[in-house]
Design a protein around this ligand. Structure first.
Ligand code: PMP
Length: 391
């Protein structure tokens, strides 16, 4: 093989076994498809529709001009670490031991899984859930078990069944994973549910890893984090969605030093540090930014989607994030084929994500309401038309 041209040989022969089971994200495929379409109605998008606040953009430009372009220390600027920890203590009544700036929540997930999961360890993941989790767990050779977060009755909430988690959690369980507000369901776990999950994990000696990237987009009054209740919590937070800066690759992890120190060491040998000028920009600008109007705007979008899709799809109001996860139209007692529904939507230029991308089940689909109201309305009209077509 030494002299073989690149890309020749047996298919996949040069790839590690570890990556051969990993398929490209279905969402990426939709992204590529969209590039070929004229005037698509894109409700497949996983980022806010707005640009970052001007104060933040200016702070970033200033940081770059002022020469803040070198590496920072691995864990990130100490002042930013301190500000994050103070904010968490303020919001959740408990101060995590330490903090690490990461290359987005994605970077935090890679480091957390690599540092906690050995081959054969169990991790409990939500079904449906964000696609990245299961692939990163598989890279570690971990056994993934899924707990069900689908509504237990028609019109019910997307939430956890604590009895099920209790049955699944054992001394083999290394991580109980929580994502609230959820991608793709829009569900937010209640304080009692969060407390319940943490109680079970505490009893089993498991870590609770909490992906809180959508914490800003919460439409219920009480937002609870495992930080408050878990004995061993790795909390992952991010700036991509809140500030409209997914391309900046900024996130953070908090938790016990015993784990975070290992994550820091691994970051030294992988991502090195979170982007330096953006750390400076966030540190400087966040105290001056008022995002409340954005929150109100997204609450309105959530209400528009719910009001418009409830009558035909029975959609219940998402409690958080900017996703809704309606059920596929049901014909003769069974949901219509997800692929056919997606295809029919595409014919009307509407891009949505099949539930199958997030789940073993093919009963739902995800729409993102992070779009201009006019685009959202066009998408809603197509969806209501599709429901009639499939009925
Ligand atoms: N977690 C969830 C639930 C997400 O939806 C995303 C982005 N789609 C991420 C993590 C990763 O976000 P980032 O790396 O941009 O912080």
């Amino acid at each position: 093989m030494a002299n073989a041209p690149q890309g020749s040989g047996r298919p996949g022969a040069s790839l590690s076994a570890r990556v051969q089971g990993i398929e490209p994200s279905g969402i990426r495929r939709i992204f590529e498809l969209m590039a070929t379409m004229e005037d698509p109605i894109n409700l497949s998008i996983g980022q806010p529709h707005y640009d970052p606040p001007v104060e933040l953009v200016e702070a970033a430009c200033r940081a770059i001009r002022d020469g803040k372009n070198r590496y920072t220390v691995t864990q990130g600027l100490p002042e930013l670490n301190a500000a994050i920890l103070a904010d968490i203590e303020h919001r959740h009544g408990r101060r995590p031991e330490t903090c690490l700036l990461t290359a987005g929540v994605s970077g935090g997930l890679v480091l957390t899984f690599q540092c906690l999961l050995d081959p054969g360890d169990e991790i409990l993941l939500p079904d449906p859930g964000f696609v990245m989790y299961r692939h990163l767990a598989a890279l570690c050779g971990a056994n993934v078990r899924y707990y069900d977060v689908y509504p237990k009755r028609p019109g019910g909430r997307f939430s956890v069944d604590l009895d099920e988690i209790e049955r699944m959690c054992s001394e083999r369980t290394k991580i109980v994973f929580v994502n609230s507000p959820s991608n793709p369901t829009g569900g937010v776990l209640t304080r009692a549910e969060i407390e319940g999950v943490c109680r079970i994990a505490n009893r089993c000696g498991a870590y609770v890893v909490s992906d809180e990237i959508y914490d800003f987009f919460c439409y219920v009054d009480d937002y609870a984090s495992p930080v408050t209740y878990a004995d061993r919590c790795i909390q992952l937070g991010g700036y991509s969605k809140t500030y409209g800066i997914p391309g900046w690759r900024m996130g953070y992890a908090t938790g016990p030093a015993a784990v975070l120190d290992a994550m820091k060491t691994l970051q030294q040998f992988s991502f090195v540090c979170a982007p330096a000028p953006f750390q400076h920009a966030l540190l400087e600008a966040i105290p001056r930014i008022d995002l409340r109007p954005r929150h109100t705007e997204y609450l309105h979008k959530r209400d528009l989607v719910t009001r418009s899709l409830h009558p035909v799809y029975g959609l219940r109001a998402p409690e958080g994030s900017f996703y809704a996860f309606p059920q596929l139209p049901v014909v003769n007692g069974a949901p219509v084929d997800g692929a056919k529904f997606l295809q029919a939507a595409l014919q009307q230029k509407l891009l949505i994500v099949p539930g199958k991308s997030f789940s073993a089940r093919d009963t739902h689909f995800r729409i993102s309401f992070a779009a201009e109201d006019a685009v959202l309305q066009r998408g809603i009209d197509v969806l209501n038309d599709l429901a009639r077509q499939f009925a």
